[in-house]
Each structure stands twice: as structure tokens, then as C-alpha cells.
Design a binder for this molecule. Sequence first.
Ligand code: PGA
Ligand code: ZN
Length: 427
Amino acid sequence: MGGVSTRIVSVRAREVLDSRGNPTVEAEVATAASVGRASVPSGASKGKLEALELRDGDERRFHGKGVKKAVANVTKILGPKLRGLDAADTSKVDAVMIRLDGTANKSKYGANAILAVSMAAARAAALANSVSLFSQLRKRTRYALPVPMMNVINGGEHAGNGLAIQEFLIEPVGAGTCTEAIRMGSEVYQSLKGVLVAKYGREAINVGDEGGFAPPLSLTRDALQSIREGVSKAGYGERDVRLGVDAASSTFYDQKAKKYVIDDETMDAGELEDFYSALRDEFGLLTIEDPFHEDALEEFASITKRLGAKTKVIGDDIYVTNVKRIMAGIRAKATNAVLIKLNQIGSVSETEEAIELAHKAGWSVAVSHRSGETEDPFIAHLATAFGSDFVKTGAPARGERVAKYNELIRIEEELGPRAKFSGKRFA
Ligand code: PGA
Ligand code: ZN
């Protein structure tokens, strides 16, 4: 398999900037016929079991955040060992790097180094074969365009306001196509801007890391209420544009007291479950992500049992895109959906395994960006290739977020009548 043209000839890497202005790894994999380039994102509210993002720690450069070591690991160690391999054989390329690294969390050479090469190799193969990345990632399948989960109000670690919940999302499931969903999301975003200015003044429309507004609010209901007004002002009904939250609740969990601090209250897990349940009923939430801290498997199972028939309970930090962790979640019936982030696990093939496992369990899948992103639209292709239900890639604003939405518009156009839109599953 794999013609001569997809054999890897050389691998390069460099340090570039992410959307927060921090350095990250960009790799280039060359075949005789192509050069595939890819860059990796970086999170702020990371799960503690994520694969390791290697940083230099040299305070003289980028406040210690440089990635020169990871870059050197690509150019001096990983790259030379990949020469001659078939770039199209993602599992093989990844397996070689994983074996060389030899650690469980990619801490020797860095998940940022390994993932950049893994992604760049897939892209090099697509270019050499003159096919789009999504069809290189998965051939002979029925592709599906995901429902955008657009983060229109930012809180938690992504903003400087008092909102404990990290992300307030709009999900235009009533659209006929992904492109239409993106338009609807953009219209709601602009309407929400007007709502926030009218209610709280112009300082309410400064934006957070993912392009969502970061109004000076501290109560969850106030944020959801404004979004609801934005949806209606844009001319949509509550069934057309559903709402969701990513609590990222490890960030407001007090480990010592075993309590959650949210909305000027201190709640135990049971009280927090009641709180989410009330919000679900009041605002018709379609998705609730990371409602409890990242080790709280039983609490997840409890809320999934209670709300799971109508609501997608999504696990992010609790699974970290790790097949073993997801397997434990399936056994415990902890959630009915999973968030998928390439850099939590650190290679394309392991990410694909995680998605396949979740699908087999009947779970919904949401492919996700990170709060620190680059202009690389790789996840638009990944989500489409695997028929992901959702893609979470920020507000319909800021270049690094829009890069993904715009790529989905192009993919949908390329697929034409072959394109299927996942929104129909939820409308
Ligand atoms: P992060 O957050 O990229 O800052 O880790 C995203 C999320 O929690 O989904
Ligand atoms: Zn999350």
C-alpha cells in the first residue's frame, strides 16, 4: 500500500505562536510530492491526566514557555526515524513515535512534538494523493458535518469576569446544513452583542480567549438569559438554537472542602446536580460538559442517569481522549458523550481510536479545539471524517476560531449532495 509518492522524505519543525501569543510547535512532513504542515493547540483548563506538553522552562525565552526542546525532538530524533515510512499509514507513523518516546504520557519527547508530526504526516499524504484531508483520514465512508457548539460567553479560566462556568454555548441544531448553522450562530452572536451592550454597557462585549463575550457577570442564569434573548432577537426559536454549558468544574472545585464554589454559593455534588437539572429545565440545555471534577465518575453517572435521556452529558477532563479512561466511563455509564481533543492524547491514530470507541458505545462525539489555538483547521476535517455529532471551536469570531468554521463551509461545499448534517439527530 502507499505509492512511492507518499513516502516520508524529511521532517522539519519550528516554534510559532498560538492565539494567546504563546509559542507552540509547527511541523512539516515532506514526501516527494508534497509538504504537509500542521501546528498544535494548547489548553488552559487542562485535565491532569493529559499527555505532556513539553515546555523549555528557560525563563529567558517566552517566560519559560518556549518549545525549542520539542522542536529539536522532531528534527533530531523523531523525524530521522520516520524517513522512508508511508505518510498515509497514520497508525504506523504514530506507533514508531510512541515506541521511541516509550512513556505513557509522551513526556520524553512531548505530545506537542509527536502530535504536530502525526497531523503533518496525514496532511502530507492527503496532498500527495490530491485528496482533501477528511477523505485521507477516513476513506469510503458516509461523511457527516458536525453541529457547531459556539462559545459565545466566556467565563472561568478563559475570562476575567466572575462566571464560574467556563463556556456558554449555542448549538444551531435546527439548521439544514452546517453552513446554515454557522450563519445562524453568527447572527445570534451579533444579536447577543446588542443585548449585552443594552443591559450592561460596552465593557460587556470585550471578548475572552475563545472569542466569546466576557461580560462582568457572576451568575450563571444571567449569562444564559442574555443568550436566550440573543437567540430570540436573531429571530430563532429555542428549538432551532439549543444552549449548552461547559462547566470545566475542576476549576471551581475546592478539593479540601469537597465542595463547588459557584454563583456566590458553596454546593456539594448533590446540590450542584440539582442546580444543573434546574438550568436544564429552564433553558433547555442540550449539552452539559464536565459538570463535576475530573475524578468524580460516580457523580457523572448520577447526573447522566437523571438527565441523559434528553441531554448530552459530555466528559472532557475526566477522559482526556484516552481510550482506557473512556472505557472506564462506558462501564460506569458515567456520561453519554465525549469531548475529543487531539492534544490531550497526542497522536491522530489514538484520537481516532477514542472516537470509534465512543461511537461503538452509542455515545455522542464532540471534536474540540483548545483555548490556545492556531490557524490550523485540522479538526474540521477530523470531525467530518468521523461523522462527529458536534464540533466545539469557539465563537464565530477571531481568526483561529473562524479558520475551522470556514473550513467546514468549504468541506460541505466540496461534498455537495453527499454531505449529511448531524443537526438532524437533535432537531
Ligand atoms: P482548554 O478548555 O482548552 O482551556 O483546556 C477547553 C475545554 O475545557 O473544553
Ligand atoms: Zn471542557
